[in-house]
Design a protein around this ligand. Sequence first.
Ligand code: SF4
Length: 310
Amino acid sequence: MEPAPLTPAQERTLALLRRSDEPLVFDEPFIDELLRTATVEIAALSARLQGEKLWVSKGFLAKVHGCEVRHLAPDDFAWKPSTAAGFVAHKAIELSLNWRGEPHPSVVVDEAMARLLDQADARGGYVAGLSDGDWAELRSRAIDRTTKFLQDFPPLPVAAQPVLEASARWSPPGTIELSGKVDLQVGRPTGRESRLLIIDFKSGGRSPHHRDDLRFYALMQTLRHAVPPRKLVTYYLDYADSDVEDVTEGMLQAALHRTLEGIARHVELTVEGREPVKRVGTACRWCPLQEQCAEGRAFLHGDDTEHVDP
Ligand code: SF4
């Protein structure tokens, strides 16, 4: 069957994602130095943790660089249809890549939900325990995301080795481990040439945190493989639009600095007894401490005169 012609939205995104004719190869001494600095600095931070095991993720860094009071609050995360729609849609998209015939969004989402039901983990448990209403809402949200992806994102050739929900870890000597997961990784390694494309899908609008999330993932890939990815893409499903950033030495250095700084703040707060700093911002909207926090409530009611959004 002839492939369908690309839509203008698909053409536009494809043009942004294409590799240039010039192969991108990072300077080997720069990568060696980045790895050496990361290993040495993280070992020193590990020693300050006094044996505590610490998993550093993009969410951890966003929290510790935001409001430190909230960072220290117990983790209150629980899946909801609005947050679970992402992993259901990713499963559906994964199935659609190898689907026989044309993958219809509602059909692949139903198949994805049926498969998740059997999964022996927190996601499977959440899907298995849904009420009829939440099931319907989750299905509807996942179909919306899957439809937007299948209609507006350029088709992914299997030869480009796309991996949905690609996870990565980096564990240097000590008790600190870096870990992360991106929505989509495309490309295969070829020697020292940077070919990997890292893509996160977002519902809703742009936020500076989105670039930080992807830069952290680029750093981890570099520390693991000694070959950085070539491009980072945040794809906004509602807008069929992308924020694209080329990976550079400066970006990797900035990502390492932000990671080390975030871990150091956590050590100061949890082991060394520094008082946490309250920082209001959009995260106040979802903060479990909002009821007891006058500054957060004032910010949300548009009465913030003392604080800035970090
Ligand atoms: S409401 Fe805002 S300022 Fe207050 S603790 Fe939560 S995140 Fe921090």
